[in-house]
Design a protein. Structure first.
Lengths: 694, 312
């Protein structure tokens, strides 16, 4: 069967940059899946996206579906034909219903005996018809972070659809997308090109787009931006900071990626650099230019244009940035006239959360909690800096700078505290308190910052859990998953022995509405949080490359201490590489099946009969003693080895000893011995979770 | 040189040419052109509507005593609403820039995602900020909901920040240097206003009067609604909104009060919107040909709406 290319272009008003990649990949995947369901599989497929179009190119799609034969089973043969082998009314009715002649009915064997059946050949449909059905359905089913309606309000999509091109074998596919009928024409760049362009096929289409100021391939746009901005930075003796996320976003904001370099007034280099670069990167999406000795008064901006014909684009961007930096300097100079200390009272006017009071109250809790954490992690030396940092941690929320540069909360407080002469550990703690801000961000640089960050996250988590605002599904408006992940990641990266339960109980006690009573509510929060933390711990261990069975083995025995859990996982994955775990694991799985979780009491020495039994008991007693010491000193690798060392005697026990002895007392004693081994050797990990080949 | 008044004349003439009715600024204080009944009420219901007007917008918290070159307590917006949103609405907008003498090929014009939400109006929309050479010159919004009501058809709203555009096109470093006319600057016309209004809202305004006006206007809006009078109710709602902004700028709103006050304004705005829709549905004549609907239709619907609990 001959094959042809299918080309689809959905032209829209500007799709948000953040939605573009998802739209492009979903459109491709879902169309290919939907066509596969119809028996149509292309030889190759690819998709492109610009802010104003989604493009799909399926190469070598069959011209039509294969014919299919269908068989519909009808009445039994005896009911369908009489003694003279003539068709009955039943056969005639069935044939009529199936739209076949009675003479075409066949008799076949079926699970319910011999029956008549109607066989039909269903001719394959032309691919064009299938595409006309599939494409609108796929587009209607694409999901976006936010959708909208337009015009008469009948359709829902990420942005209004303004044009559709759909060609199969060079002919227009008669389809409609959101009320827009497909044609064989496209349009070029909004400003650089005029009029509509007739298209004959995919290659012709891509070439015409490029000639009309549209680069369809996002990766090409990204590389163009990267190369030309590097070159522009080099011309002024500087370089572009690697900011992969920003460059990727920029590539999805334009159809024709051009760059311009601009400068700002060098006097603004006196403003703290974090502020200047945030104004550039976050507010204006410019790439800052850095020289050997620091930031240069230049930037690179993108434009959706091939050239800056009259220099107006560079000039305009410079004007905007200078205005922004002028504003920033005004905020800075105004802010520093009011010392941080004197801002504490103003925090009472800022709500932390409707039901959880204001930031003045939060500040008080943070001080108490930070002190507790410093003690729990065994660093009483941190109490002093952490108390100062906690006290001032939220006052930057009252500054003009943070109101304008919200991303810089914490950082601004840190910069201002540094200016006011607070010690390094204090200002850095304030500066770093929101780190890690994402799963790829680093934790706070110093210990005091880590304590403050932990205190803030515990307070937020506990507070919101006490008022029932626990994240569900994909909704997590308060960023609680991120907060919990931050806790897990700080504790493990610092390897702090942090039993989080007393910290959580302390945090609960600091909320007047949640404390008091019999503490039942508090324990409910502790157990809710345990599951919540376990999920984050699992993520962290996965990122560290641990196998799922190792993670399950470690999480099964509790995660009161994240750093400890991470160490146990580490020891486990090392131990299983070095030692023969197979015998041990199989033995533990067997024990779990035999003894379950019942309490079997302590085994009695006088009831051992077999030598394999006595030997196991002796080995167990010995290993147990060594294990206690190794566990206490957290030498988990050796501990795992010690546990594995009883595998041979366990194996021998199962070969030589009949656990299910006819004598009741012997049977009970044997179960008790196994149960004791399971209990004592499962503090570090639940070995029965480990996956081994049988 | 593009003067502010020329900017207004050109944009107004342009949109008049696109079939817009040229409305006048509303004679009440409001924070944005969206609050003008020609937008907030007219986006509701099925009737087509094309309208443009300039609306002075007051944002007390943005007052800077005339010392900040970019910020104004009172600025001018040119608002365009097109319902239903036409398929070539972006091209229309770009032509309006050309009308101002902008040669598009010499600039970088981009539509970047920027969605809009007004908690006090129970309204939200999806759209962009329009950037020219890195400067935000226009807010472009497809209204999805207003007064808590899902809209259909959808209105496209285009809001030009007039001072910004004038400043930017003339590459001036202070709004007060913008030429209002050929021989008069923005500063000469407005600077004194900024100084006095800022001093008033931050230092002089009587917060208890604002609270009183808020409370009484809220009650008045309810009374007007009960009498089937949508526009007077909405005007009283606008008073509440402005008094809230004043209180907020004065620092007289605690964080907890804030949520409650916003909710009270929103409840009124939503009640007005429902009453407006009910009135239009009950009206016999086409929209615009009668000044009010038969009282019976309005009275029959407005009081039937659940009354929000009085705020404590």
């Amino acid at each position: 069967m001959s094959r042809h290319d299918f080309l689809l272009e959905i032209r829209t008003e500007e799709i948000p940059a953040g939605a573009l990649t998802g739209a492009r990949t979903d459109l491709l995947r879902r169309t290919v899946e939907a066509l596969a369901d119809e028996g149509l599989v292309p030889e190759a497929s690819q998709s492109f996206a610009t802010p104003r179009r989604l493009i799909l190119w399926l190469r070598g799609l069959p011209e039509r579906q294969e014919d299919r034969s269908s068989e519909v089973v009808g009445p039994s043969a005896t009911a369908a034909f009489d003694a003279q082998n003539n068709p009955t009314k039943a056969a005639e009715g069935f044939a009529r219903a199936q739209k076949v002649e009675v003479s075409e009915l066949v008799v076949i064997d079926s699970p319910r005996g011999r029956v008549v059946a109607a066989r039909r050949t269903i001719p394959g449909r032309p691919s064009e018809d299938v595409l006309a059905e599939v494409v609108p359905r796929v587009l209607g089913g694409l999901s976006f972070p936010k959708t909208m309606r337009w015009g008469r309000g009948e359709n829902v999509f990420v942005r209004p659809v303004r044009g559709v091109l759909a060609l199969f074998a060079g002919r227009v596919v008669p389809l409609q997308v959101f009320g827009v009928a497909a044609t064989d024409t496209t349009v070029g760049h909004r400003i650089l090109a005029d009029g509509s362009l007739p298209v004959t096929g995919a290659e012709d289409f891509l070439a015409k787009l490029r000639a009309a100021g549209v680069e369809p391939d996002g990766e090409v746009r990204r590389l163009t931006i990267l190369e030309s901005s590097r070159a522009m930075a080099q011309e002024v003796g500087g370089s572009i900071e690697t900011d992969a996320d920003l460059v990727a976003t920029l590539a999805d904001l334009v159809e024709w990626p051009g760059t311009v370099r601009g400068s700002f007034s060098p006097e603004f280099l006196d403003i703290p650099e974090e502020i200047t670069t945030t104004a550039m990167r976050v507010h204006q999406k410019y790439l800052p230019v850095r020289g050997p000795a620091g930031l240069l008064p230049h930037f690179v901006a993108i434009m959706d244009n091939d050239q800056d014909r009259k220099g107006l684009i560079a000039k305009g961007n410079e004007w905007v940035l200078n205005a922004r930096l002028g504003d920033a300097r005004f905020f800075y100079e105004t802010d520093i006239r009011q010392p941080l200390d004197s801002r504490l009272e103003d925090l009472a006017r800022l709500t932390f959360q409707d039901r959880l009071g204001d930031y003045r109250q939060k500040t008080g809790r943070l001080q108490d909690l930070a002190e507790t954490i410093a003690h729990v992690v065994g660093r009483p030396d941190l109490v002093e800096p952490v108390l100062s940092a906690a006290r001032l941690s939220k006052v930057d929320l009252t500054t003009l700078m943070v109101k304008e540069f919200t991303d810089l909360q914490g950082v601004v407080g840190g910069i201002y505290a540094r200016r006011e002469g607070y010690s390094d550990s204090v200002w850095r703690a304030i500066y770093d308190q929101y780190r890690p801000s994402s799963s790829s961000d680093d934790p706070p640089r110093e210990a005091a910052g880590a304590v403050l960050s932990l205190a803030d996250r515990f307070d937020t988590l506990v507070g919101l859990f006490t008022v029932g605002l626990i994240p569900t599904g994909s909704r997590d408006p308060y960023g609680l998953r991120r907060a919990a992940f931050g806790i897990v990641s700080i504790a493990t990266s610092r390897r702090w022995r942090l039993d989080w339960r007393p910290v959580v109980r302390k945090a609960i006690s600091l909320y007047p509405h949640a404390s008091g009573g019999d503490g039942e509510k508090g324990e409910k929060i502790v157990s809710d949080l345990e599951g919540f933390f376990a999920e984050r711990m699992k993520t962290l261990l996965e990122r560290r490359g641990h196998a799922h069975d190792e993670i399950a083995a470690v999480l099964n025995v509790g995660i009161w201490d994240f750093a400890d859990a991470a160490d146990r996982a580490q020891a486990l994955s090392q131990a299983r590489r070095e030692t023969d775990f197979r015998t041990l694991v199989l033995a533990f799985k067997r024990i779990r099946n035999i003894v379950g979780t019942d309490d079997h009491g302590a085994p009695r020495q006088d009831l051992y009969r077999e030598s394999a039994e006595s030997q196991l008991a002796a080995d167990f007693a010995q290993a147990r003693q060594a294990l206690e010491e190794l566990t206490r000193s957290r030498r988990y690798g050796e501990a795992m080895g010690m546990i594995a060392s009883i595998a041979p005697s366990l194996d021998r026990f199962f070969v030589e000893v009949l656990v299910n002895a006819p004598e009741e007392d012997l049977r009970r004693n044997r179960l008790a011995l196994l149960a004791a081994i399971q209990k004592e050797f499962s503090h570090l990990a639940d070995f029965s979770e480990i996956v081994v080949e049988k | 040189m593009l003067t502010l008044q020329k900017l207004i004349t050109e944009l107004t003439a342009f949109w008049e040419g696109e079939g817009c009715l040229i409305e006048q600024p509303y004679d009440l204080s409001m924070g944005a052109g969206t609050m003008h009944p020609a937008t907030f009420l007219k986006v509701l219901g099925p009737d087509p509507w094309r309208c443009a007007y300039v609306q002075p917008s007051r944002r007390p918290a943005d007052g800077r005593y005339g010392e900040n070159p970019f910020r104004l307590l009172k600025h001018l917006q040119l608002q365009v609403v097109l319902k239903p949103s036409p398929p070539d609405v972006q091209e229309m907008y770009l032509r309006s820039l050309e009308r101002l003498g902008v040669v598009l090929k010499e600039h970088d014009v981009r539509f970047e995602e920027d969605n809009w939400e007004s908690p006090t109006l129970g309204a939200w929309g999806v759209g962009w900020q329009v950037l020219m050479d890195g400067m935000e010159i226009t807010q472009f919004t497809y209204f999805q909901q207003a007064g808590g009501i899902d809209l259909s058809p959808i209105t496209a709203e285009i809001t030009y920040g007039l001072e910004r555009i004038a400043m930017f096109l003339n590459k001036l470093h202070s709004v007060f240097d913008v030429p209002w006319s050929a021989d008069t600057t923005y500063g000469q016309v407005r600077h004194r206003d900024e100084v006095e209004l800022s001093k008033y809202v931050f230092e002089v305004a009587d917060a208890s009067l604002a609270t009183l006006l808020f409370d009484r206007s809220e009650a008045e809006a309810r009374r007007a609604l009960a009498a089937g009078l949508v526009l007077p109710a909405y005007e009283a709602t606008l008073v509440c909104s402005h008094q809230f902004n004043l209180l907020d700028a004065r620092g007289a709103v605690s964080a907890t009060d804030r949520v409650g006050l916003i909710r009270r304004v929103r409840d009124l705005a939503c009640a007005c919107a429902r009453a407006f829709v009910a009135r239009s549905e009950g009206a016999v004549s086409p929209a615009g040909t009668r000044s009010s609907a038969p009282p019976a239709a309005a009275e029959g619907t407005a009081p039937a709406q659940p009354q929000p609990a009085a705020a404590s």
